[in-house]
Design a protein around this ligand. Sequence first.
Ligand SMILES: C=C(O[C@@H]1C=C(C(=O)O)C=C[C@H]1O)C(=O)O
Length: 359
Amino acid sequence: MTDLQSILPEEKGGMHPIIIAGPCSAETEEQVLSTARELARNGVKIFRAGIWKPRTKPGGFEGVGREGLPWLAKVKEETGMLTATEVATRQHVEDALAAGVDILWIGARTSANPFAMQEIADALQEAGKDVPVLVKNPVNPDLELWIGALQRLYNAGIHRLGAIHRGFSAYGKHLYRNMPQWHIPIELRRRFPNLTLVCDPSHIGGKRELVAPLSQQALDMGFDGLIIESHCDPDCAWSDKAQQVTPEVLNFILNTLVLRDATVTTESLTLLRQQIDELDNELLEVLNKRMRVSREIGQYKKEHRMPVLQIGRHDEIMQSRARLAEEMGMSGEFMRNVLSAIHEESVRQQIEIFNDRTR
Ligand SMILES: C=C(O[C@@H]1C=C(C(=O)O)C=C[C@H]1O)C(=O)O
C-alpha cells in the first residue's frame, strides 16, 4: 500500500483532527435529522449513522436498512456534512453508493472475514467510484488480518483508505468494552505511516465517561481523527445507549481536548534521544549477557538431564523483579511483561542447546 491518499476531499483535507460523529444507528428520520442539525451547528463536518447493524445475537435492532439511506441524503443536503455508514455486503455497497453516501466503513466482524472483505472489495471495484473507506480492526487482536482487509480494498483500487481502532474483544467483564491494546494500532502506523488512523473511543470504552479520556489518549498518540457516537437522546437510543453522548456533550468533549502538533520539530529532543540510544545499547548488552548465562545453564541442564523450565525459579524472578520495579516507580505489570518475554526467549535458547547434537 504505497500510494495511500487522504480520506477527505481536498477542501476538507486540512481537518485536524478529523471528527466523525452521529448516532450508532439511524432509527427514524427525525432522530437522524435532529442529531445531524445539532452536530452541524457545533461544527461537525462528517456525519455517521449505522443503517445495517450486525448484532451479536438475533432479536436486537438490526438497523432500518435501505429505508434510512434517503435520511442520510437529507442530512447532506440540509447541513452540507459528508455522510458515512457501515457496509458489510455487496448489496450494502451498491445501495450506499447509489444513495450518495460519501464515506463507507467496514465493521469489526466484517474485517475479520476475508470472504466478506473480498466481496466488498469486488463490489467497490465494479462500482468504480473513488469512495473513501475506513476499516475497523477485526474483533480479535490480529494485526495481519486488519492489514489484509485493507490490502484487499487497496488492490481493488481504493486508495483513500483509513483504519479505525475500536478495540478488541475479550472474554469476561472489564473496564473497557473492547480492550484498546494500543500497541496494535501503533504497529499499524509504524508499518503504514500514511494510512489515516482514526480512534473510536465509543466502542473501546462502551461508557460515556470514557469517551473523553480515550479521545485525548488517541490524540496524544498521534491519531488523525475520532469517530464518536452521538445521539440527540442517548438514553432512548435503540442500540448502544450507554456509550452515546448528546451533541452538546460531544461539543464539550471536543473543546476540552488538547490538540497535539505533529509539525513541531524534534531537534530540541536530540540530546535526550541520544541518551535513549545509549541506554538502549546498554540494555541490549545486558540482555545479551543474560542470554549467554542462560545458555550456560542450559548446557548444565543438558549434561545433568534436568528439564529446561524451572517454574519455581521463574516465579521467584517475576515476583522479586516486579516488586523492585514498583519500588523504583515503574509498573509491576510492565516488568512482568518484560520478564515474560525474556523468559520465553531464554527457554527457547536453552531448548536450542538441548537439540544441538554437536554440544
Ligand atoms: C535460566 C534458567 O532457565 C529457565 C529460564 C529462566 C530465566 O531466564 O529467567 C528461569 C527459569 C527457567 O525456566 C534457570 O533455570 O535458572
